[in-house]
Design a protein around this ligand. Structure first.
Ligand SMILES: Nc1ncnc2c1ncn2[C@@H]1O[C@H](COP(=O)(O)OP(=O)(O)OP(=O)(O)O)[C@@H](O)[C@H]1O
Ligand SMILES: [Mg+2]
Length: 360
């Protein structure tokens, strides 16, 4: 009996295709530690992100494929993940332990960039990925309040600064070192320098994802930042009212000109979900970002409703992902985070495959 060979198993597994990478899981090198003993087959499937939305489906397909091989008595599959580096190799990488940097940007202020950044970071962290968040919005740092951080880091002369921790995230914010009462006037290059210092002097350790909440707008400051920081990809947040604005277009063109890939657009405060009956009303002409994304050849990553709970939870210092983990709004953030992780995983394999055309 037995007689099951590795080749038979691998051939069977070649029928399982990763929907994002559009290749079979054997060619992608996902199969690890394959053992066959008396017809019992065991192996690991090592995904590129723990946030993989099709994890369970893939396990099921692999199981079915192997069970069809003659003489197989049983199959034992362990799903694991190892996030791969997708960063451009910059000559001076300020973040050697950080595998992927996701920058959250917006054409203008107040569109919910920080709220989105925090909830997406938490969604990534909850999949088991080591995640940090950096508040690069030195004009109006909001993370200390949004994550209710009491224990601020205390920099010591000549030493790396340990980031604060909140809800499983490593957190660093300019707000930790600024006087809340004093408005700060920064010029673009100064922002870049300040943020560079935050990156260089902070002990991030090993991270799968570092989410950066960029300052609003897409001017000088943002430009400097993209040159200092090895950004894997940018996520643009916009609201239905501002998608059509020239600001967003300018932002997209700026990132493209400096060769920073744009992962896609999120429409925030997209529609209103009635807290009582769950009815969805389109208060503004919803769907503008989807259209905008299409026009620019960018991916539409999803929409997030205008929702009282999102605001209240953000204001209370316990983001909705923690305060209401089972809500439909939380589900939205989780889906978008999974999509972002999937795009980055694809990028890690193929290099930057994003269209880099500048739209006039
Ligand atoms: N989907 C949402 N539903 C309801 N309120 C929201 C939503 N997203 C954000 N908000 C609220 O909108 C306000 C602005 O959000 P936030 O601070 O995240 O925006 P921002 O783009 O980071 O602003 P800034 O440009 O000042 O940094 C906050 O009070 C926040 O709670
Ligand atoms: Mg903000």
């Amino acid at each position: 009996m037995s007689g099951v060979t590795e080749t038979q198993i691998l051939n069977a597994l070649k029928n399982v295709i990763d929907p994002d990478l559009r290749q079979d899981i054997v060619s992608l090198g996902f199969i690890k530690d394959l053992h066959i003993e008396n017809g019992r087959v065991s192996f690991k499937i090592e995904l590129t992100t723990p946030a993989c939305p099709v994890k369970e489906k893939m396990r099921r397909q692999a199981l079915d494929a192997v069970m069809e091989v003659a003489n197989v008595q049983g199959v034992d599959i362990e799903m694991t993940a190892k996030v791969r580096h997708a960063q451009k190799k910059t000559p001076r990488n300020l973040l050697p332990g950080v595998k992927n940097v996701i920058a959250i940007a917006s054409g203008k202020g107040g569109v919910g960039k920080s709220t989105t950044a925090v909830n997406l970071a938490l969604a990534l962290a909850q999949t088991g990925a080591r995640t940090g968040i950096l508040d690069a919005d030195i004009y109006g740092p909001s993370l200390p309040k949004m994550l209710k951080i009491k224990d601020r880091p205390h920099p010591e002369e000549g030493k790396h600064i340990a980031p604060a921790e909140a809800f499983g995230l490593k957190v660093m914010s300019m707000g930790f070192f600024m006087d809340e009462e004093t408005p700060v006037v920064w010029r673009g290059p100064m922002v870049g320098m300040a943020v560079e210092q935050l990156l260089r002097d902070v002990e991030w350790g090993e991270l799968d994802y570092l989410v950066i909440d960029l300052p609003p707008g897409t001017g000088d400051a943002q430009l400097t930042l993209t040159q200092k920081v090895p950004i894997t990809g940018v996520v643009i947040v916009s609201t239905p009212q501002d998608v059509a604005l020239a600001d967003v277009k300018r932002g997209i063109n700026m990132f493209r000109k400096v060769d920073t890939p744009i992962l896609g657009i999120i429409e925030n405060m997209s529609y209103f979900l009635c807290p009582h009956c769950g009815h969805r009303s389109e208060i503004f002409s919803h769907g503008g970002a989807r259209k905008q994304a299409e026009d620019f050849g960018l991916e539409f990553l999803g929409d997030i409703p205008l929702d009282g709970a999102i605001r209240e939870d953000a204001d209370s210092g316990i983001p909705i992902l923690i305060a209401h983990p089972d809500s439909p709004q939380t589900q939205k953030y989780r889906e978008i985070a999974a999509r972002i992780a999937a795009i980055i995983a694809t990028q890690g394999f193929e290099g930057s495959s994003f269209p880099q055309i500048v739209v006039e």
